[in-house]
Design a protein around this ligand. Structure first.
Ligand SMILES: [Zn+2]
Length: 74
């Protein structure tokens, strides 16, 4: 099973879309709980890390594309 790696500033794809229809979220705070912001409506929610990891589908874009970057999108 693939381990999900995410960090502050990443854009992530969630399994459950936000009520506004967007399922892309930005990680804006990390700790015991994780605060994510909807990229569609800018609404932010604080959720426990375990729940976040469960609902995380994949990391779309890493803010610091340092190690395993295979694209040049800027
Ligand atoms: Zn939203």
């Amino acid at each position: 099973m693939e381990r999900k790696v995410f960090e502050l500033g990443d854009i992530v794809l969630m399994k459950k879309p936000h009520p506004c229809g967007t399922n892309e979220m930005e990680i804006i705070r990390m700790g015991m709980d994780i605060r994510i912001k909807c990229t569609g409506c800018q609404h932010s929610v604080l959720i426990p890390r375990a729940k976040f990891e469960k609902n995380l589908k994949k990391v779309l874009r890493s803010k610091s594309a340092s190690t395993e970057s295979d694209g040049q999108d800027n």
